[in-house]
Design a protein around this ligand. Structure first.
Ligand SMILES: N[C@@H](CCC(=O)N[C@@H](CS)C(=O)NCC(=O)O)C(=O)O
Length: 218
């Protein structure tokens, strides 16, 4: 098997990449980043920022980091045109929605979680409130974008945008609920039924619930 994925099945960005691998039908070997010193030594050697996911393509002798770039790479490996649409306008939209999700949903979510877990000392309430406010702005932007009736995040086909949306929205809504945004709710319900994401959730299930936030009530 030529693809090795350094990741953890509970990681949102790791799940984003797993969804892409399952969508494309590409087999891979998981290198579990479990935090143990022996694993971290190997992980730091391939991923200098120690961020999951990191993909190694042993056949091509390449290491690829950053989930969106990993997915671009995988899509090309699988023949291109599926998760990154061939049409340049559609590709631009997929990349745009992916950026919004990575930066303003996943990024803000990770900072709030980091604070809640007290990773940098006492939680900074002001920073958390600002991060939560930006997450509301991201939900508003996505709700507006979906007003054209699209089925998936960037149009009628499942793309990079949806690989990002499935895990990142599922986690982030536990911190900032979707509220009165029916189009986001409907999109998220479709993502929750997608076999590739269900498979990623199954992979994560044995690790329990590590999120410092209650399960969603809505
Ligand atoms: N921009 C990166 C973000 C990756 C990221 O933040 N991964 C988290 C897990 S969801 C991580 O590795 N955290 C470990 C750490 O920060 O120590 C990407 O898209 O791959």
């Amino acid at each position: 098997m030529s693809l090795i994925l350094w990741s953890h099945p509970y990681s949102g960005y790791g799940q984003k990449t797993a969804v892409a691998l399952y969508e494309l039908g590409l087999p891979f070997e998981l290198k579990l980043v479990d935090g143990s010193p022996e694993v971290m030594d190997g992980f730091l050697a391939v991923s200098p920022f120690a961020k999951m996911p990191t993909l190694i393509d042993t056949a091509a002798g390449r290491t690829v980091i950053e989930s969106s770039i990993v997915i671009e790479y995988l899509d090309r490996l699988a023949g291109a045109g599926r998760l990154i649409p061939d049409d340049p306008e559609a590709a631009l939209e997929a990349r745009f929605i992916d950026r919004v999700l990575d930066t303003y949903v996943g990024g803000n979510m990770n900072r709030i979680v980091f604070n809640r877990l007290g990773r940098a000392g006492a939680p900074n309430e002001t920073a958390m409130a600002q991060d939560a406010k930006e997450l509301e702005t991201a939900w508003d932007m996505l709700e507006t974008r979906l007003a054209d009736g699209r089925t998936w995040g960037a149009g009628e086909s499942f793309t990079l945008a949806d690989c990002a949306a499935a895990p990142l929205m599922t986690y982030a809504r536990r911190l900032v609920p979707f509220g009165d945004r029916p189009r986001i709710r409907a999109w998220h319900a479709r993502l929750m039924a997608r076999p590739s994401f269900l498979r990623a959730l199954e992979d994560a299930a044995p690790f329990g619930d590590l999120m410092p936030a209650p399960p969603p009530e809505d």
